[in-house]
Design a protein around this ligand. Structure first.
Ligand SMILES: Nc1nc2c(ncn2[C@@H]2O[C@H](COP(=O)(O)OP(=O)(O)OP(=O)(O)O)[C@@H](O)[C@H]2O)c(=O)[nH]1
Length: 312
């Protein structure tokens, strides 16, 4: 069979979620294939869903859906998986949105990346830069984490690989000043997209938030609508700590979309559900590996099906 782009994409998603889907299949699905759906089984379902980090609210609703379904003694694995996928998709569909900097009509379209160090911000920005330049866009990458030379270097490598312009300053320069100058040049030189990486040191939370807000303020001096997107990058492997990070950034940084990275590195990919539901911002992208193609648009239905181990 030829590998269409669609199936290739779904295969990557499924491979990335393999650890989570294995956990789901081993616990939840096997419970119902072996025995009828009685109260004891529903209790075990609740336990397993909580262990998969789906969170109490979504878990409660999913258990109720299963109670209403009344599987007979002979329900097979496929039937259980389909029902579970539908239940998880129903939780996530209202929390899905697309990231489309080239389709907005805004030029240059400014994207701010926020999140703690190590969450995958730089990698995500680099993957997006590669995708946009491959589609013919003129892209500028801005390293507004001016304190860490290593962070700048890493970003520079991504920018060069993508064929994007790169803007940075010496150690300790004002990140807001850099963002202002970069945006000004991007306007003058007709760039399509400006991608701004920011610092993520949470040790000094209020200074970090002040720095982010200052960047937002100066961008608005040039264009009151900027930044046109603020993506909060969260690492799925930190589990429910991602919820705390969402609260810290979500409250102050005007986040407009979430990116959940490293879903391939955890068996508890279900954590995406409570994070999506706690946030005012929808999930726009997910990372299921280190390759450029492993950053994918978030598709709630496909995610739910992969999470429970369905193959299409
Ligand atoms: N397996 C896997 N690794 C990822 C994914 N996204 C990012 N990474 C890796 O996670 C590590 C941290 O990513 P960075 O992009 O450096 O994180 P950052 O938030 O920019 O952190 P600093 O550079 O410390 O500010 C890198 O080794 C990435 O290759 C993903 O979806 N899956």
């Amino acid at each position: 069979m030829t590998d269409t782009p669609k199936t290739g994409w779904f295969k990557r998603l499924s491979a990335g979620l393999a650890r989570s889907s294995q956990q789901m299949t081993e616990t939840v699905v096997s419970t119902f294939v072996k025995e009828p759906l009685d109260e004891a089984a529903l209790e075990r379902l609740e336990e397993h869903l909580l262990e998969s980090d789906l969170g109490p609210a979504a878990t409660g609703r999913i258990v109720e859906r299963f109670r209403a379904l009344r599987f007979g003694k002979t329900s097979d694995a496929r039937e259980v998986k389909e029902a579970l996928a539908d239940a998880v998709a129903a939780e996530l569909l209202p929390r899905q949105a697309s990231f489309d900097p080239l389709g907005s009509g805004i030029k240059p379209f400014v994207v701010l990346f926020v999140g703690v160090n190590g969450s995958g911000k730089t990698t995500t920005l680099g993957k997006i830069a590669s995708d946009l330049t491959a589609r013919g866009a003129k892209v500028m990458v801005v390293a507004a984490d001016t304190f860490r030379a290593a962070a700048r270097e890493q970003l520079k490598v991504w920018a060069e690989r993508a064929g994007a312009d790169f803007e940075s300053r010496r150690d300790g320069a004002d990140p807001a000043g850099l963002a202002f100058d970069a945006f000004t040049r991007a306007r003058a030189e007709n760039f399509d997209v400006v991608l701004i990486d920011t610092a993520g040191r949470l040790q000094n939370k209020s200074a970090l938030m002040d720095e982010l807000l200052k960047i937002v303020r100066v961008l608005k001096k040039i264009d009151p609508e900027a930044p046109h997107e603020t993506l909060l990058v969260l690492d799925a492997t930190v589990g429910r700590n991602a919820l705390a990070q969402e609260q810290i950034f979500g409250r102050t940084a005007y986040v407009s979309g979430l990116v959940m990275t490293k879903l391939d590195g955890t068996a508890r990919g279900g954590v995406l559900v409570p994070v999506a539901q706690a946030s005012d911002a929808p999930i726009k992208l997910i990372g299921v590996g280190e390759g450029v193609e492993d950053l994918q648009p978030f598709d709630a239905r496909a995610f739910a099906r992969s999470l429970v181990g369905l193959e299409d």
